[in-house]
Design a protein around this ligand. Structure first.
Ligand code: PEP
Ligand code: MN
Length: 356
């Protein structure tokens, strides 16, 4: 960290900054230039808030040299992280050559429709099943999800199709029960800043899909990942799902540039959610293709047997048939880049079909 003093700063003001830095157990290197003095701060600067130093008299500005996240930083694992998803029926790697497609309804609505959608997405080429049991809805009067019942249905759909399950956890006290049923815990956009929840999933070893806060900078998102990693859980996957901008045509603005940015800053795998990222079904396939082209390691896609009657997010949900098209188009893009699609779903469905 570097503190640049104003050209008008007095010797006492420079000494004031040096004293503050030393009080925090850090060392200083002072360079006295012709126009101004620059103080280099050496040591573990992660614990210092640059704004605290910037507020001291005589300070012009404070510049961070090191990123404030250490464990999430690419330097911590230059070769990149691979997260293994394990369940009764097998295992799946996220962050390797193969791209993982997770698909299913926004919310688990009832067992019959969940089963039907799970079978359809598995047959089409999904490697994981998504579906919310605990739903974070903007209005308290909207469908809130089936809760524990929904988790049981997801577990039965996994047994039936062989697809591992990703589902959202909304509160620290839900982590234990959701982790019993889920193979990957989803932290939604609204909870990216929920630090007690991040700490709670950090105490598990379950893979965590950490969605970007809709108003979060990339640095804030990586610091949220840092909470989970610092808690001892190395199995973190980041998911870009769109951010709020002035544009009203789409539900969110899908920030696909975040994919290569995060890949250069961090070693963690990155997914993209083109459903919440656009809010419009007709944009999901083009943005899915673009996400793979940008380097995404996986996609989270909403699929519903009857989008017009869905209890949530029907306007952005694909039909199973449209999802089949998405898989084929994404496969072509992946192959053009020397990658492929993970096929745990296909294996799971084959196993089920072989058994029947
Ligand atoms: C979801 O994927 O079900 C969801 C609620 O997404 P987000 O948190 O990105 O809005
Ligand atoms: Mn949704």
């Amino acid at each position: 960290m570097i503190v640049v003093m104003l050209p008008t700063a007095t010797e006492e003001q420079t000494e004031g900054v040096v004293g503050q830095v030393r009080e925090r157990g850090l060392q200083v290197h002072i360079s006295r230039g012709e126009r101004c003095t620059v103080i280099g701060v050496v040591g573990n600067t992660a614990e210092i808030d640059p704004d605290d130093l910037a507020a001291l008299p005589g300070v012009d500005r404070v510049v961070r040299v090191m990123k404030p996240y250490r464990l999430a930083h690419r330097e911590a694992r230059p070769e990149g992280t691979r997260v293994t998803v394990r369940w009764e029926g097998g295992s799946l790697t996220v962050g390797g050559r193969e791209i993982v497609l997770a698909a299913g309804p926004c919310a688990v609505e009832d067992e019959g429709s969940l089963m039907e959608t799970a079978r359809a997405v598995g047959r089409a080429g999904a490697a994981m099943l998504r579906g919310g049991a605990f739903k974070p809805r903007t209005s308290p009067y909207s469908f809130q999800g089936l809760g524990h019942e929904g988790l049981l249905m997801l577990a039965r759909a996994r047994r039936e199709t062989g697809l591992p399950v990703v589902t959202e956890v909304m509160a620290p006290e839900q982590v234990a029960v959701v982790a019993t049923y889920a193979d990957m815990l989803q932290i939604g956009t609204r909870n990216m800043f929920n630090y007690p929840l991040l700490r709670a999933v950090g105490r598990t070893r379950c893979p965590v899909l950490l969605k970007r806060g809709m108003m979060a900078t990339i640095e804030e998102w990586l610091l949220a990942a840092e909470y989970i990693l610092a808690g001892g859980n190395p199995n973190v996957i980041l998911c870009e799902r769109g951010i709020r901008t002035f544009e009203g045509y789409t539900r969110n603005t899908l920030d696909l540039s975040a994919v290569p940015v995060v890949k250069s800053l961090s070693h963690l795998p990155v997914w993209v959610d083109p459903s919440h990222g656009t809010g419009r079904a007709e944009l999901v396939i083009p943005m899915a293709r673009a996400a793979i082209a940008a380097g995404a390691d996986g996609l989270l896609v909403e699929v519903h047997g009857s989008p017009v009657t869905a209890r949530s997010d029907g306007s952005q949900s694909l039909t199973p048939e449209q999802f089949g098209r998405l898989v084929e188009e994404c496969r072509s893009v992946a192959e053009a880049l020397g990658r492929g699609l993970a096929n745990a779903g296909a294996r799971g469905v084959t196993a089920r079909e072989a058994a029947s």
